[in-house]
Design a binder for this molecule. Structure first.
Ligand code: SF4
Ligand code: SF4
Length: 458
């Protein structure tokens, strides 16, 4: 349930939490716990202003005004610059469809699809483009990333060539090149040393202790990957190299998430980023029978893991409920990302790797043209993608989570192109459950005299 405030653009949401409700003003970062009579008072105030208040309403409204939840000018919502020129300064290269693992839930069916390698010329053109744009925009750096669809380090020679070329270009233009990669962590000692010397950071997928990792993420020959991935992570930690870990949670492992996070924090004292994400039913799930966790089971396990992590001064993150930030886009998918798939297509979405994926009609917006040696973009598609911000999506209009989830992963929520095609997804239940728990925590932490504490009528 949501209520609109008296100021233009103001947004107030009622969030039902068991036997009580929270009044949430996301743009003001204000939240209060209200009883039913206080909710009715707020409703009267929002509909008719001070004149509409019933006896006894006034202290409730005053208390909410003191807390900064009502009254005064509405804060500006997050916006993207209208008609800004498309000048990406970051590229993510999907180097290959090959993979040395056969993860049971792989979204890309890595290692099983037809083999494709990103041609060097296309990779170089992508680096040229982002380096040139960074210079044009007056930035001091550009970003080169590598990601899946396969394991990027399997295309090792191309990867090294890209890193070295990016460094050369950065030197020539007086810029810095930030280089990072997602990886399954199955690196040889020589690859690991190269990464430590030449990369800015790495995100490694590791699903937990040995039994969980080896069940979920076996090598192509069926043997376990745990030992080698752990050895590499230990070496990264010893070298002081920046790395994060991503845990993918299945129906089988959901209940163990708190234990998994405890384990990883115990093993890696320097671990800065730990992400837990539920499996999405796609790719290899269709043949392996792997299932996503029940949304509520995942949410409860995540919240437990987060509480335990915070007790030790650490944190676990989930992408759909980022209460500490306000944004109108979940990620770069609305047209700002410049990811290059192994077939040379430019895609805004990491999960839409193949030209024969029906979603490519929405998310692929250009390709490398070998005869011209550059990327050609479909400006109309780019414009349509860039308009897909959460404020334009009717399905999200009344959701209290909108500025935190920002419409969530578009590859999962868009059924057809355009804002009307966004129909939410199974993740919405998770996003809202985790965000609501965060709001309850804010109320608790706010204390008796600060904004956000219980406001009762009568
Ligand atoms: S999830 Fe990544 S590491 Fe696992 S099979 Fe797919 S591409 Fe390979
Ligand atoms: S995607 Fe779902 S959870 Fe996110 S803002 Fe839209 S409706 Fe809310």
């Amino acid at each position: 349930m949501s209520a609109r405030g008296e100021e233009p653009e103001e947004e107030l949401f009622l969030v039902a939490c068991g036997d009580h409700s929270l009044l949430y003003a996301p743009l003001r970062r204000g939240v209060a716990s209200l009883n039913a009579a206080a909710i009715a008072a707020v409703d009267r105030y929002l509909r008719g202003g001070a004149q509409a208040l019933a006896p006894g309403d006034e202290p409730v409204i005053e208390r909410l005004k003191e807390g900064g939840i009502l009254g005064g000018a509405a804060p500006e919502p997050p916006r993207s610059p209208e008609n800004a020129e498309f000048l990406p300064y970051e590229t993510t290269l999907f180097l290959t469809t090959r993979c040395n693992l056969r993860c049971v839930y792989c979204y890309a069916d890595g290692g099983s699809r037809a083999e494709r390698e990103l041609p060097w010329e296309a990779a170089r053109a992508a680096i040229d483009l982002v380096a040139r744009n960074a210079k044009t925009c007056g930035r001091d750096n550009f970003i080169l990333g590598f990601h899946g669809g396969g394991e990027p380090t399997m295309a090792w020679e191309t990867m090294k060539r890209c890193v070295e070329y990016a460094r050369e270009e950065a030197r020539r233009l007086g810029l810095k090149a930030n280089v990072h990669s997602a990886t399954n962590g199955l690196l040889s000692p020589a690859q690991r040393d190269y990464v430590i010397r030449n990369f800015t950071g790495l995100n490694v997928s590791l699903d937990g202790p040995e039994d969980v990792q080896d069940r979920n993420r076996p090598k192509a020959d069926g043997s376990g990957s745990f030992g080698q991935v752990m050895e590499n992570l230990k070496a990264f930690e010893k070298a002081g190299f920046d790395f994060g870990i991503r845990v993918t949670v299945t129906a089988q492992s959901a209940a163990r998430l708190p234990e998994i996070c405890d384990y990883l924090f115990g093993e890696f004292k320097a671990l800065k980023r730990l992400h837990a994400e539920p499996v999405w039913y796609c790719g290899r799930c269709r043949t392996s029978g792997e299932r996503p966790p029940d949304p509520m089971a995942f949410s409860l396990a995540f919240l437990d893991a987060q509480t335990r992590a915070r007790r030790r001064g650490r944190n676990v993150e989930y992408s759909g409920a980022r209460l500490d930030s306000l944004s109108n886009k979940f990620c770069a998918a609305p047209g700002d990302g410049f990811s290059v798939m192994p077939d040379g297509h430019a895609s805004t979405c990491y999960e839409v790797c193949d030209g024969d994926d029906p979603r490519s009609r929405i998310f692929h917006y250009g390709s490398y043209d070998g005869s011209r040696g550059e990327f050609i973009f479909d400006q109309e598609r780019l414009r349509a993608l860039r308009a897909l911000t959460v404020d334009k999506i009717p399905h999200c209009g009344d959701c209290f989570c909108k500025w935190h989830c920002a419409g969530d992963c578009l590859a999962k929520a868009l059924k057809t192109d355009g804002p009307e095609g966004h129909q939410g997804s199974e993740r919405c239940e998770i996003n809202r459950a985790i965000a609501a728990a965060g709001l309850e925590e804010m109320v608790e932490l706010a204390g008796a005299d600060a904004k956000g504490k219980g406001v009762e009528h009568g």
